[in-house]
Design a protein around this ligand. Structure first.
Ligand code: ACM
Ligand code: ZN
Length: 592
């Protein structure tokens, strides 16, 4: 009987762990390289092995936390071939292992505490946000092989530590522009994987543009049948650099739901953007009656700001927007919906009898430094805000929505500089800082433009992203209105997944410290040292990334030979950057 019990226990062990942990395994240990660096870190001597460990989740943490832990345990199982059982229950019953306990660490739901000692790992968090953040910290404490699809029979341990962590901002975002160029859902998911690891918690998905409508809307099938396809694409900085190749792509609603669920499984909320009333040329091409002139229009083939926008002088425009947003709300559970509002030239509205009649009916006039047409845009914004509020949603819009008479409750995204964000916060609006100078990661990675793939212009090295202070200039009493920071990856010239990743990484890592670190806690040397581990993770996960931090300029596969210091000096003399860009109402983007 005794022998039988021993056999049964042994076979259970073998079932849960192919190579049972033993003492002489050569563990791969990495120096503590977690990005963003946690608020308090104390390391001590000793390691806890998590291969095959049992996971316990406090039932009070809820089902989403349980799912998050299951996801982590499943990954660990994949790379180690040892089962990591996950049990939900009351902490009093927890044994040695990886324990997730419900408890307030601070009044910030993102906070967590992590204790690692000989009994295992204890995570304390008040809910799923803290649980995800703790998991992403533990993951970054593991060697890069943990992230590789090749890894099968590895064993992992983490050093004893006591960590307490809490972010500076609640909104930690990244925008990807799927309008100018379409990236398959699989690529979007790949980007979400690395965003999650750096504790980015908002994915702003720019889905509609003059150059392409990328979101299936059942009630308006022509949006994707017609609006997702352009006849050719501008491929360099001059307008006639057209490639004469048809280009298109869109996400089905099924794919969108899948991406939203995938993001949620990683602690990320997807915030869709339907940019209105400007940047709508693709929709106008599909439904010309929505414009002031009635068209004909064509899906834009060149970059820049386009004069044809939605006509708010007619009710059918609002019916269209409400119908589209109704489907959008069904697809995206996010409380915030981004309604764009940027770069909406008013020249068509000035000449449109319907728009002018609407201006008259509403009693709008030029005053307080704004035109009647700017107030007409406020009318559109406020009406859409009200519609979304009736469905329990809030709006975010680009800073232009401040021009005129914005209703309270809107959140502003400051992009042309920091001043609109400062002004918005002073007026009591929440604001997200995303100034181009620091946060437009569509810009060149280095000043050596001729060694970089062609981009929109200017230069934003990782160091400059890292140096951004989001509350600079904000009145102390208004700082609580700066709810977050976001980097924007526009894609005029970014046509392939590898180039997308090259622009994202490692600037994303620098962004995450701007979003997370308390004032005065960033440290470039510490960050730079930790980036070596991040680089190994990029390699393991198969990302393309910019290698400037490691002395290599240019896209992998496209690098040019390094220049001598003399050549570089001569080059910089002729190419003083950054290029200046501007737009004038009614005209296209001008690159000087
Ligand atoms: C923007 O870059 N047009 C928001
Ligand atoms: Zn009109």
């Amino acid at each position: 009987m005794k022998n039988f019990t021993i056999l049964a226990v042994l076979s259970l062990l073998l079932l849960s762990c192919k190579s049972a942990p033993s003492g002489d395994y050569a563990f791969e240990d990495v120096p503590f390289s977690v990005i963003p660096y946690p608020s308090k870190v104390e390391m001590s001597e000793g390691f806890y092995e998590i291969t095959g460990a049992k996971f316990y989740v406090d039932s009070n943490l809820g089902d989403e936390s349980l799912d998050a832990v299951r996801g982590f345990a499943a990954r660990l199982h994949e790379v180690s071939a040892c089962k990591n059982k996950v049990k939900a229950g009351a902490p009093a019953k927890f044994k040695d292992g990886v324990r997730f306990v419900s408890g307030a660490v601070s009044d910030n739901p993102d906070s967590y505490r992590l204790e690692i000692d000989e009994t295992g790992i204890t995570v304390t968090a008040s809910g799923v946000e803290g649980v995800f953040n703790a998991i992403h910290t533990i993951m970054q404490m593991l060697p890069a092989s943990f992230f590789s699809p090749e890894t099968k029979d590895a064993r992992y341990r983490v050093q004893y530590a006591s960590i307490e962590d809490s972010p500076r901002f609640s909104y930690r975002g990244v925008l990807i522009d799927s309008g100018r160029h379409f990236f398959p859902a699989s690529e979007i998911k790949k980007c979400l994987d690395i965003m999650a690891l750096y504790k980015v918690n908002r994915f702003h998905w720019h889905l509609t543009e003059d150059q392409g409508w990328r979101l299936e809307i059942k009630k308006y099938p022509r949006l994707t049948e017609v609006g997702s396809i352009r006849k050719e694409t501008q491929v360099a900085h001059w307008r006639d650099s057209l490639d004469h190749k048809e280009y298109g792509g869109f996400y089905t609603q099924e794919e969108v739901r899948d991406v939203v669920a995938y993001a949620k499984e990683r602690g990320i909320t997807v915030i869709p953007e339907v940019d209105l009333p400007g940047h709508m040329q693709s929709a106008l091409t599909a439904y010309p009656e929505l414009g002031c002139t009635g068209g004909p229009y064509e899906v834009a083939t060149t970059w820049g700001v386009k004069p044809d926008v939605l006509c708010p002088g007619q009710e059918k425009t609002f019916e269209f927007l409400e119908d589209v947003l109704t489907e959008v709300m069904d697809l995206f559970p996010s409380e915030y919906i981004n309604i764009g509002g940027d770069e909406c030239p008013k020249i068509r509205w000035k000449e449109c009898p319907r728009c002018q009649a609407r201006i008259k009916e509403l009693g709008l006039s030029d005053h307080d430094g704004h035109t009647a047409e700017q107030y007409l845009q406020s009318y559109v914004t406020n009406r859409i805000q009200k519609f979304l509020a009736e469905h329990g949603r809030k709006i975010i819009g680009w800073e232009e929505i401040l021009e005129g008479d914005l209703d309270e409750g809107a959140t502003i995204m400051s992009w042309r500089g920091i001043e609109p964000g400062i002004r918005a916060a002073a007026r009591g609006f929440d604001a997200i800082m995303s100034p181009g100078y620091y946060m437009y990661i569509d810009r060149y990675n280095s000043e050596e433009w001729d060694r970089e793939p062609v981009s929109i212009g200017a230069c934003l090295p990782t160091e400059l992203v890292y140096s951004y202070e989001p509350c600079e200039g904000v009145a102390p009493g208004a700082e609580s209105h700066i709810i977050g920071v976001q980097a924007n990856l526009w894609t005029e010239f970014i046509a392939s997944p590898d180039y997308l990743e090259y622009m994202l990484l490692p600037r994303l890592a620098a962004l995450s410290e701007v979003q997370w670190e308390a004032v005065g806690s960033r440290n470039w040397e510490r960050f730079r040292a930790a980036m070596d581990h991040s680089r190994d993770i990029y390699e393991a996960m198969g990302y393309t990334y910019a290698k400037h931090l490691w002395g290599i300029v240019g896209m992998p596969g496209y690098e040019k030979p390094a220049r001598t210091p003399e050549e570089l000096e001569a080059y910089l003399k002729v190419r003083k950057g950054p290029w200046e860009m501007s737009y004038e109402e009614g005209k296209n983007l001008i690159i000087k």
